[in-house]
Design a protein around this ligand. Sequence first.
Ligand code: C2E
Ligand code: CA
Ligand code: CA
Length: 676
Amino acid sequence: MIVDIDNFQSLNIAQGRAYGDTILKKVATTLDAHTRYPTEIYRLESDLFAINLINKNKDDIENFYNELKIDLNGTCNISAGAVNYSNCGTTNGEEIYMYAKSALKKAKKNEKNQLVFFSNDEYKKDLESSELLDEIKECINSNFEHFSIEYQPQIDSKDFSIYGVEALLRYDSPSKGRIAPLKFIPLLEATKLICPVGEWVLKKAVAQCKEWRKHIPNLHISVNLSYIQLEQENITNTVLNILEEAELPGSALTLELTENMQLQNYSYFNKIFYMWNKNGIRISIDDFGTGYSNLSYLKLLNINEIKIDKCFVDHIQHNAYNFRLLKNMIELAHTTNIDVCCEGVEIIEELMILQELNADLLQGYLFYKPCTVYDFEQYYINEESESYHKRQEKEEHMRQLNPVGNKELLENFRNEEIKNIIDSMDEIVYVSDIDTYELYYINAAGRRITGVYDYTGAKCYQVLQGKDKPCEFCTNSKLSKNKFLVWENENKFLKSHLILKDKLISWKNKIARVEFAFDITKKEITTQTIQEKLNLNRSIVDSCKILSSENDINQSIRSVLKIIGDFCESDHTYILTSCEDGSLSNLSWEWYNENKYSIKSLLSIDSNRNFAENDDKTTMKITRNNKILGLIVVDNPKHKEKIDDFLETIAHFIGYALEAEETKKTLNSCLIQNNN
Ligand code: C2E
Ligand code: CA
Ligand code: CA
């Protein structure tokens, strides 16, 4: 492990060398205090220390570093780089030391005051990048040697003629061969070297376009512009000047900016875009759909084109989700006057779908790969060349394919899409033969509820009704092609209450029945519970009304008992009050279900019967000021578990009424007495 004191030089300068020396001593003694034999400590140069930690693992090293930090807190911060030399790929001391230094460099480069472990993979990448960067710098200095540009055609989707070309930068390293742009462009951006290189690309591309316009009069050129370039102060004029020097009109140029670029600062960019737009230059948003922006956000910017990324185009003919997404993107773009270029078109099937979706421009290997100036000229300019003729034939072929091939493909595609939609529906959908009852198709909801996943050869009545012969209520004979038959079925086999809609359709050259079944079982349960709640509230309100407006308490309590009895669907509901011995056994008021009790049996109810005998009953005490006034008893109630709250509320009102009655009585007798 190598340890380095953060900002030691500035400490030395600011506080003097003597102070620097005390810090060095403090670090040395702290290191010493935390190590034991066989660990060895070295002072390398200036403020650099090395510690050889033997037989220690990663956790040990981390702990060691954290302890040092705690002890040095208030003295100085330290950064450290560590290398596990048992598995770093070398036994050479010099190399191990270099690795540790590289890890330390990382620690210092990040936020300092931290420990970084050496990683072989990262080291290799860093080394390659820095070697590559050194090479690239040399090339830039020798007049962009080993840099070149390839051009990829952009096709007008209406007639497959060429609309323009995109300039794509290439770098052929003298030592490593061709390097992918995705590898070297980030390096150029990180070092801002993209500015001179980008300017070089623009100059070359614009000049090339000017040249080709002699043969292809309205050829356009698209050039990629990095956000680093866009941040340059004089970028607006740099671009305009290059066009002017090349004597190319602005309308020939499209600048492609990547979508994930930080374009939040609208007003800044709009000023630039406005100046360019004024000169005819078009602005395109590259890799559209892969970043954070959306079309509504783009409306805030002056954009002329979006380039839809290859990932949305890939296998679009099999991907209903991307199809809808792309359809929406293109339609939305068109409503805001933004053109759409689709990238990465590789196969004819993709092209057919994009045609249908009205993409304006197309680009991809299907038309032509990015190519050299020579290849491009052979393909598009040199009428004698073989590839020129091949291209003409290909274009002609595509034009002819258009109307016919398209239809069948789209038909398949639509069927696929419809199948996806039907499979995602909650309703059961199936198709069956009207004569043989063979089940031709059943959607995912149907497969789920029936549990039948392989229905080949099965009959509809087997799968849907669990029967071994056609249903007696089969509606096949009543169906027509132009109107749905709507009916209802309590399906015991599927334990569902279904509303069904059926009609006849053509199915693979036969007449078949299609049925949509809506399962309303759940909805019924919900409506039932809502209805119950409404009943409950109404019963409570009615009870209150009666108790407060009826003068005769006996009459009103009996009415309330009827309400309770009706609500609970009880046989017999009554109120017991205290006898003289204090027990709750005095049958004071009662209500009975006339359908269940005959007058005779009622007459035989005797007030002394043992009420505890009947188990299936619910009771609720009537209390007032902690005094029990009575007990409501409900025999054989329905929903026993749900009526407690209801009874409690009503018991409360009855208690109140009983108390009021009592007060009325005492007041009366008092008044009578006084009167006497
Ligand atoms: P991009 O601007 O999105 O360029 C399109 C990329 O897709 C190019 O990759 C092109 O070769 C590739 N491509 C085109 N058609 C097809 C296809 O049908 N199938 C497949 N699989 N790929 C296709 P390339 O040339 O590797 O460029 C990569 C990226 O490098 C470009 O993506 C662009 O962001 C950047 N780049 C290239 N040249 C320049 C430049 O001059 N300046 C800046 N700033 N960036 C550049
Ligand atoms: Ca591009
Ligand atoms: Ca792109």
